[in-house]
Design a protein around this ligand. Structure first.
Ligand code: TYM
Length: 338
């Protein structure tokens, strides 16, 4: 079986973008791939903004969400990143093989740092974690030698950097230490946009949450966001990302939630207006969220702990073996062997 690795940060509640861009794919792949899916809790502290209680709660909730969306712990290795200390250690080693220029060029770093206010003297207090985040992400991936990494389009640049770092180390130390992973981006859910601004992706860190659907919010709040989503004045259900980006985004969401093709949706609504379309989309979302939220409630802390324990030994063995191999290649003394 080919191997898959991917993760999500427990920074705050999951969004519809997170589900459509990643979890939906994980669920579809679990029968045919060896899966390593984790909660990227070490990533959640890179902005320095999350409280310990929030971190703990969000981490456990993200495991619950994975389960509620249908990840089967008998098929998938579900784990919490920080329980495998190897991630942080390999992250450090990879950071030392990466240049400042490479990290400064990451669009996500530029976007996220722009949100930190400037001081009166023009300087900015940027957490270093924001900058070195991609090398931790590279470690998350390379530790498990995956064939593929399924993500939304916003993570593409980080995966490319991961491939570059891996190739560089392989060349520099004349080894085949790291397998070079391929990225998988599924076209339909690759980039779900904000419902109020189709120029930006739907994101947990948006300044206003009006255009962001949080999966654990009360369902009527989320349905209202669909009904009041920004649309143009053409009142024509047409998939044209350049001319009608707002409605194209809603059609995309509709397609992902119903598994209907975009053409079929456009045909179905050819003679109807935005009001009917949005109402149907809100109904689809309501069904989807009710089923998810029902299941979410059923997993207590003990069950979550059992799930995490189940894959712990196997994941640990793989992570430790790879880290030991890297340490040896890079020249670190293994006192157990010398
Ligand atoms: P994160 O937590 O921001 O997002 C998790 C996943 O959701 C996707 N995503 C979206 N897809 C479509 N439309 C959107 N609006 C949208 N918003 C988010 C993301 O592309 C991602 O696939 N650094 C990663 C987490 C991570 C990771 C890894 C992923 C850490 N280590 C190793 C893969 C492999 C992140 O912050 O994703």
């Amino acid at each position: 079986m080919k191997r898959i690795v991917s993760g999500i940060q427990p920074t705050s509640g999951l969004t519809l973008g997170n589900y459509l861009g990643s979890i939906k794919q994980f669920v579809q792949m679990q029968d045919n791939y060896e899966m390593f899916i984790f909660v990227a809790d070490l990533h959640a502290i890179t902005t320095g903004l999350i409280s310990p209680e929030e971190l703990r709660q969000n981490t456990l909730n993200l495991v619950r969400s994975y389960l509620a969306f249908g990840l089967d712990p008998n098929k998938v290795n579900l784990f919490i990143q920080s329980t495998m200390k190897e991630h942080a250690e390999l992250g450090y080693l990879l950071m030392c093989q990466t240049t400042l220029g490479e990290l400064n060029r990451m669009t996500q770093f530029k976007d996220k740092s722009a949100k930190f206010q400037k001081e009166a003297n023009g300087t900015q207090k940027l957490p270093t974690g924001l900058l070195i985040y991609p090398t931790l992400m590279a470690a998350d991936i390379l530790l498990y030698s995956p064939d593929y990494v399924p993500v939304g389009i916003d993570q593409k640049q980080h995966i490319e950097l991961t491939r570059n770092i891996a190739e560089r180390i392989n060349n520099k130390f004349k080894t085949e230490l790291f397998k070079i992973p391929d990225i998988i981006i599924k076209k339909e859910g690759a980039k779900i946009m904000d419902l109020c601004d189709p120029k930006v992706k739907m994101s947990k860190s948006a300044t206003t949450h009006k255009g962001v659907i949080f999966l654990n919010d009360p369902i009527d709040v989320s349905c209202k966001k669909i009904l009041s989503a920004k649309t143009d004045s053409l009142n024509k259900i047409n998939y044209d990302v350049d001319q009608q980006p707002e409605i194209a985004n809603l059609i995309n969401i509709y397609s992902c939630l119903s598994d209907m093709t975009i053409d079929d949706i456009c045909n179905k609504y050819a003679n109807l207006g935005y009001k009917e379309f949005k109402q149907d989309l809100a109904n689809l979302l309501q069904d989807f969220l009710s089923s998810y939220q029902e299941k979410f409630k059923t997993y207590n802390d003990d069950y979550v702990r059992d799930v995490i324990e189940k894959s712990y030994t196997k994941v640990k063995e793989i992570a430790k073996a790879k880290l030991d191999e890297v340490l040896e290649k890079l020249g670190f003394v293994n006192y157990e062997k010398c």
